[in-house]
Design a protein. Structure first.
Length: 262
């Protein structure tokens, strides 16, 4: 069997159309949406709404400014829209229509933090299985899926914003991990909490990994743990016992799926 795995698509629909070529199935580990495109500032949802110049300034502040400066500038942008929630909703619908239309069957998908999982059933057609806290059997193996990312400690999610990333409390995330049993392939958006897998060498910070995933790997000993989220990891792979833990890559940039064979 041959399965292709991608993560962090961020709007690259052209490459997504080819991601399943030659494979028996395609696995998508989330972040389909391109919200802020830090390379091509006219792209993504913010590029469509505010233009390349404004997004370029936002990107500069993210790199060089303070958090307060970035937040203030962001708020000034959204204040120019009569109905920010409606504008974002329309842009998300437009992207999902294209991205889900690019998926080939069979596809097994779980959402990332830059996704709106509540909309996925609307777009997932025949042959596309959406899983989050569930198991799918394929080719004689059991694939377990957990979507989303973890909220930073002591952060309370906003309930009235026009855009809410798919961030979960540690309790909620750990409970979802606890539902998986006898997994052969662990499929998640975020990595296990292993330092070399969570550290991004370009952003120069560690993303939040899951200790519950490490516990599952040690207890159930799956063949593979596959994930994304960290675009430029210190290490793309490591082993925990018999389990190969693998960051499948930043698909928006590489346009290359990671291949599982058995």
């Amino acid at each position: 069997m041959r399965v292709h795995v991608v993560s962090d698509v961020h709007g690259n629909a052209d490459a997504l159309k080819r991601a399943g070529d030659g494979a028996d199935a395609l696995i998508v580990l989330g972040d389909l949406l391109d919200f802020v495109d830090y390379r091509e500032h006219d792209k993504g949802i913010m590029g469509a709404l505010f233009g390349a110049e404004k997004v370029g300034e936002f990107a500069r502040l993210r790199r060089e400014g303070t958090r307060d400066e970035t937040v203030a500038f962001s708020r000034s942008l959204w204040a120019t829209l009569a109905d920010p929630a409606a504008a974002v909703g329309e842009a998300i619908h437009d992207q999902y229509a294209v991205l889900f239309g690019a998926l080939t069957a069979p596809t097994f998908a779980t959402p990332g933090n830059v996704d709106d999982p509540s909309l996925w059933p609307e777009f997932a057609g025949d042959g596309i299985s959406v899983l989050d806290g569930g198991v799918a059997e394929f080719g004689g193996l059991r694939f377990g899926f957990i979507g989303g990312a973890l909220l930073p400690p002591n952060v309370v999610p906003r309930r009235n914003g026009f855009w809410r990333p798919y961030l979960r409390t540690r309790e909620e995330y750990d409970a979802a991990v606890g539902t998986l049993e006898d997994v052969d392939v662990l499929c998640t958006h975020i990595p296990p909490a292993i330092p070399e897998l969570t550290y991004d060498v370009v952003a120069r910070r560690s993303e939040i990994g899951s200790a519950a995933l490490v516990d599952l790997i040690r207890e159930q000993r799956p063949r593979w743990s596959v994930f994304g989220h960290v675009h430029q990891p210190l290490s793309a792979r490591t082993r925990v016992g018999r389990t190969e833990c693998r960051n499948v890559g930043h698909f928006k940039e590489t346009a290359q799926p990671y291949v599982l064979r058995w």
